[in-house]
Design a protein around this ligand. Structure first.
Ligand SMILES: O=C(O)c1ccccc1NCC(=O)[C@H](O)[C@H](O)COP(=O)(O)O
Length: 272
């Protein structure tokens, strides 16, 4: 039993590396899709002018390495439409197939079915994936500080903006953030409450980073946000937006799940 637990821990510890190793192989097989040519939407502006005091990026997430299968009978377009009805500001769609049971076609279908901006949630490490993201209709991509050298991340960041997409620059640690800020100021900074090497999640992670985040960057708190009380905690720590997947996905109605998370009883636009 102890050996089994140790093996499980070891496997979890290496998860980010395992994913990145697989991505490097996957990139060699990318078949560039036809250009979907769907009109670009500003992810940044949608968060800046959010429907609520704290903006919401609602994630379309079937499964994850830490939780396994999250949503049986997964219908990405239906979920996305419900999120939009619930006044999510933006959507995040997981496109990684191996570890999250996502698909790049899900993103394209979702983008065509809703009016709000869509983030491609994947592990982007090479420019070819940035181009691919644009072609499938992404309005924004995720770049992970713990997965990339700062200079590489900046190169991909510039490439995304050149192509008309926004970037959610995600970090977990103060150190990663501080190294990136020495190079440039991302327009949108996400602090992931989940350590991607151990899966340990602490919704107070933002408090370690917030003091060095420049005023002009939008601050997003990501992962592990389940309740209205969690939302109050991250808001108090400085979150201007949240990225939520699992807790919304596990509910029967994604629309009602949003109201519940924000402590709302009705479909009211609550920005003052
Ligand atoms: O979710 C995971 O298990 C995971 C494991 C390894 C790398 C990334 C992972 N998740 C990506 C995310 O950042 C989350 O999907 C996102 O922030 C939403 O988190 P949650 O609300 O906890 O589903």
């Amino acid at each position: 039993m102890i050996i089994f637990k140790q093996l499980l821990e070891k496997r979890k510890k290496n998860m980010l590396n395992t994913i990145l190793k697989h991505k490097k192989e996957e990139i060699l097989q990318i078949k560039m899709p036809n250009d979907e040519n769907i009109q670009n939407r500003s992810f940044f502006q949608a968060l800046k002018n959010s429907n609520r005091e704290v903006g919401l990026i609602a994630e379309v997430k079937k499964a994850s390495p830490s939780k396994g299968l999250i949503k049986e009978n997964f219908q990405p377009v239906q979920i996305a439409k419900e999120y939009e009805k619930g006044l999510a500001d933006c959507l995040s769609v997981l496109t990684d197939e191996r570890f999250f049971q996502g698909n790049r076609d899900y993103l394209t279908k979702v983008k065509k079915a809703v009016q709000i901006p869509v983030l491609r949630k994947d592990f982007i490490i090479e420019d070819i994936q940035v181009l691919e993201s644009k072609k499938i209709g992404a309005d924004a991509i995720l770049l992970i500080g713990e997965a990339l050298e700062p200079s590489k991340l900046y190169e991909l960041y510039l490439s995304a903006y050149e192509k008309g997409m926004d970037v959610l620059v995600e970090v977990h640690s103060y150190e990663t953030l501080s190294n990136l800020l020495a190079l440039f100021t991302p327009k949108i900074i996400g602090v992931n409450n989940r350590d991607l090497t151990t899966f340990k999640t602490d919704i107070r992670q933002l408090q370690h980073c917030v003091e060095i985040i420049p005023n002009e960057s939008i601050v997003v708190s990501e992962s592990g946000i389940h309740t209205y009380d969690d939302l109050q905690v991250v808001k108090k720590d400085g979150a201007e937006a949240i990225l939520v997947g699992e807790s919304l996905m596990r509910k029967e109605s994604q629309e009602n799940a949003i109201y519940e998370l924000f402590g709302e009883t009705s479909h009211a636009k609550t920005t003052s």
